[in-house]
Design a protein around this ligand. Structure first.
Ligand code: FAD
Length: 446
């Protein structure tokens, strides 16, 4: 049997290679380190955690914790090693990163069906392949990927605005309209008077920014056209009012008049549960973003499902290119996972690795690739990746805003998230019985 090739031994590639080998299919895992290092990696270990040592909140009624629970049900190697090497971290699943990476490296290298090769891959190979080269994919491979997808479908920089949960927006203040009433009313508009605008601008100018890394500063130079909102505020009192906060073409239904400034929120998902702050790419610290953006009328109790970032990040326009099975539409034998497909964070990358690896092995065995139930956090994430609007696609972290509604109104957040958790784990158990009887057998032997 021809081995499957996995490119990149990060979070996604490590999980993918393990799932392929566990399905009885030979796999070649290519990792360029230590021959070549990305600007953020420093060790030879598989699944190196480049920054924080945390996989996020542990409780299964939190988005990250639910993803951990789903991955445990599915036999993820990354989460099982994270559990084994966990260190105390309050409510988070954090690990001893050295032990975690060394153990995974040894475990994979010792698997009889994994051929672990140290070296850079510079072009997408033939055959069944899983691409998992991450946010800092080496330049030659990125160029080949760009040739394959078309120039405009691979991004090198992530300048993402915050995203807000729709049900946390105060609809008594914010109004729905499109500028000049063009087309259907499509934007939520947060109105500001002069005093509110000046206070907001002052807070933006004073707020603390994150430090860009050297390699990010280099990349940021190319993005003069995409100024952070705080930079715009500093350039002049009215600069934002001629940019993303322009009030023209909108009148406030409460007064029938034009506001002094307006912040627009654009719908991010089909269900209208997520709203993106238009033009609010920012380098402010996360705590500062919450504090300052909650000054905006209507957003006083806003729940941010994603905060703004501006950093180097190689990612594909997944909604244009991918299926929810994590196969490319134009070449179904090519799959991808991790930061490259626009999921954010270590746990989401491992989840993508699980699905891409499982489906790559199924293709090799002549079986149909699988789609996860959308009521699970994993399924919801890959459905978002497939169905988000391609024009404004930005990477997404796991969050409850992307999960289909429960269909009943529940006020208490802990109760609501607990219900999401129960539904997800029950649906995943049924799905597993129907699609992966082999995993059920392994569970019975444990
Ligand atoms: P990676 O884990 O980066 O794995 C990709 C692997 O592919 C790497 O080992 C790389 O060496 C290898 N590779 C690249 N090109 C080639 C090639 N041509 N041939 C062979 N191998 C190749 N997420 C968090 O959850 N928490 C954080 O604190 C956090 N901090 C971050 C800080 C920085 C600076 C960056 C860039 C990202 C950060 N992220 C963080 C996001 C993080 O990168 C992802 O969560 C996760 O590592 C993505 O997993 P991945 O498998 O897609 O990529």
């Amino acid at each position: 049997q021809q081995p499957i090739q996995v490119i990149g031994g990060g979070l996604a590639g490590t999980e993918a290679a393990w799932q392929i080998a566990q399905a009885g299919v030979p796999v070649i895992l290519h990792e360029m380190r230590p021959k070549r290092f990305s600007p953020a990696h420093h060790t030879e270990n598989l699944a190196e955690l480049v920054c924080s040592n945390s996989f996020g909140a542990m409780a299964s009624d939190r988005a990250a914790g639910l993803l951990h629970a789903e991955l445990r049900q599915l036999g993820s190697i990354v989460i099982s090693k994270a559990d084994e090497h966990a260190v105390p971290a309050g409510g988070a699943l954090a690990v001893d990163r050295g032990q975690f990476g060394e153990d995974l490296t040894k475990t994979l290298a010792n698997h009889p069906l994994i051929d672990f090769r140290r070296g850079e891959v510079t072009a997408i190979p033939e055959g069944i392949v899983v691409l998992a080269s991450g946010p800092l994919t080496s330049p030659d491979l990125a160029a080949d990927l760009q040739r394959f997808t078309g120039m405009e479908y691979l991004n090198f920089f992530d300048a993402a605005s915050p995203i807000i949960a729709g049900d946390s927006i105060n609809k008594d203040i914010v109004f729905m309209a499109s500028r000049y009433d063009k087309g259907e009313a499509a934007y939520l508009n947060c109105p500001m008077n002069k005093e509110q605008y000046l206070q907001f601008r002052e807070a933006l100018c004073q707020a603390e920014q994150t430090e860009l890394k050297d390699f990010e500063r280099e990349t940021a130079k190319f993005f003069e056209a995409c100024l952070p909102i705080e930079e715009m505020a500093k350039r002049g009192e009215d600069t934002m009012r001629y940019g993303p906060l322009k009030p023209v073409g909108l009148s406030d239904p409460r007064t029938g008049e034009r506001n002094y400034a307006v912040i627009q929120l654009r719908q991010e998902d089909k269900a209208g549960q997520l709203w993106n702050m238009v033009g609010f790419q920012t380098n402010l610290r996360w705590g500062e973003q919450k504090r300052v953006f909650q000054m905006i009328p209507g957003l006083e109790t806003a729940e941010f499902v994603r905060l703004g970032v501006m950093h180097r990040n190689t990612f594909l326009n997944a909604p244009q290119l991918m299926l929810a099975t994590l196969q490319f539409k134009q070449r179904p034998t090519l799959l991808a996972a991790g930061q490259l497909i626009g999921t954010e964070g270590y746990t989401a990358a491992s989840a993508g690795g699980w699905l891409a690896g499982t489906n790559a092995a199924r293709l090799a065995l002549g079986k149909e690739p699988l789609i996860l139930p959308v009521t699970t956090m994993m399924g919801a994430l890959f459905e978002f990746i497939r169905s988000a609007a391609p024009k404004h696609f930005q990477p997404m972290a796991p969050n409850f805003g992307i999960v289909p509604d429960l269909g009943v109104k529940i006020k208490s957040k802990p109760e609501k998230y607990g219900r999401y958790r129960d539904r997800s784990l029950a649906d995943l158990a049924t799905w597993k019985r129907e699609n992966l009887p082999i995993l059920i057998e392994e569970d019975n032997h444990r």
